[in-house]
Design a protein around this ligand. Structure first.
Ligand SMILES: Cc1ncc(COP(=O)(O)O)c(C=O)c1O
Length: 395
């Protein structure tokens, strides 16, 4: 198929819900993607953090090949070894909870909403407080929980029971609590909301409040989980444990997967008949995730994130000195961004023309989230392209 035909087919047959850049990719390996003409791109926003180990990570590819010949899918009415091994592994890596497997971040958050409502039921509680500028998914409940009108107001009337508080503002949070509130959800680093890091003091107060008022504390680690910040899960950086944590993106190394981990005391509320996912936790998905975890551990990738994150941040600080249009550098580990004075979409287009893929969120925040196994030379190459592109963009 030639380029025109591919794009024509999209226009003719694919529902146009995505804003697209005019790029057609056919191959990926590590931090690189190749387009249909054979041009090589450095991908510093691989699959919106799904390809967190880079494209086609070798161990995940190997596991897919092995597993696909053994057993691809199995109904959740039966047992299989891979889900058993993986659930134990995830529990031991985090807070000794129990796991529900699904296929995406939105589904993981849906599960968290349902579990929170099951927990609140006895006391007549059902509301969840989420944060302004948060992002939790696109299903009707999770897009309602997402504290950004631009994503949900067109779907009104929205489901009941979601309230928004200002991020990092404890007084505002307190003012939103009433007797019907069952839980509080937040991202420790808001991704889509502009790479905003939670304050340690605020988080501690939120945790204490939840304990005092018997509210569930939910961390959406869909973007921050799986090594992105230099710890396996971002909450480990802040040393504050949630009651529920949701995961997706990097978890499957490119294969669709999601998970919700809940503390033992509440997890069993989700008994038979309360929730399900036909595809969730399939042998193939679990084999991929086991491959991701093994890669992170064997290749010491948490250390790589700390080192490369520091290095990239330093390089971005240097760019900020040179380009006055860069107002500030944000983020932790390899979840980094710089804020521009102006709209950043033009810069994203110029960077991709120059062979670097990045992302612009919140109009002026340039998000840079390379694979967690990124190499120093790749960072140097990306920074050179950024420099050249900033000059071309004249911003
Ligand atoms: C923090 C966060 N939660 C949830 C989601 C939704 O995940 P998915 O697109 O897999 O449903 C996203 C997606 O970007 C996200 O960043």
């Amino acid at each position: 198929m030639d380029k025109e035909k591919i794009i024509k087919n999209y226009n003719d047959y694919v529902i146009p819900s995505y804003r697209k850049q005019n790029l057609i990719f056919v191959k990926g390996q590590g931090s690189y993607l190749w387009d249909i003409d054979g041009k090589k791109y450095l991908d510093f926003f691989p699959g919106w953090a799904v390809s967190g180990l880079g494209h086609c990570p070798p161990l995940v590819v190997e596991r897919i090949k092995e597993q696909v010949e053994l057993l691809i899918h199995l109904s959740n009415n039966y047992y299989h070894p891979w889900q058993a091994i993986l659930a134990e592994k995830l529990s031991k890596l985090s807070f000794d909870g129990k796991v529900f497997f699904c296929n995406s971040g939105a589904e993981a958050n849906e599960a968290a909403i349902k579990l929170t409502r099951l927990y609140g039921r006895k006391k007549g509680r059902y509301k969840i407080i989420s944060m302004e500028n948060s992002f939790h998914g696109r299903t009707l409940a999770t897009v309602t929980m997402t504290g950004q009108k631009k994503y949900n107001e067109m779907f009104e009337p929205l489901p009941e029971g979601f309230i928004y508080a200002k991020f990092n503002d404890f007084h505002d949070l307190i003012s939103k609590i009433d007797s019907k509130v069952a839980g509080i959800i937040l991202e420790l680093i808001q991704g889509e909301g502009g790479v905003n890091v939670v304050d340690q003091d605020y988080l501690k107060k939120v945790k204490d409040l939840c304990e005092k008022q018997d509210l569930l504390l939910i961390f959406d680690e869909v973007q921050t989980g799986f090594g992105r910040t230099g710890e396996f899960f971002a909450y480990q950086l802040f040393k504050i444990e949630p009651d529920i944590m949701t995961l997706a993106k990097t978890i499957g190394g490119g294969f669709p997967m999601g998970a919700m981990i809940a503390k033992r005391e509440i997890a069993d509320l989700m008994g038979p008949g309360t929730h399900a996912s036909t595809f969730g936790g399939s042998p193939l998905a679990c084999a991929c995730c086991l491959g991701v975890i093994e890669t992170i551990e064997k290749e010491n990738l948490l250390v790589n994130v700390k080192n490369m994150g520091e290095y990239l941040k330093k390089k971005l600080e240097e760019l900020k000195e040179e380009f006055k249009s860069i107002k500030r550098i944000k983020g932790i580990g390899l979840m980094l961004a710089f804020e521009l004075e102006k709209d950043g979409n033009q810069l994203v287009d110029i960077c991709s023309k120059n062979g670097l893929l990045i992302n612009c969120t919140h109009t002026n925040v340039i998000r840079i989230m390379p694979a967690i196994n990124v190499k120093k030379e790749e960072i140097d190459q990306a920074v050179e392209i950024l420099k050249k592109s900033l000059r071309e963009a004249e911003i």
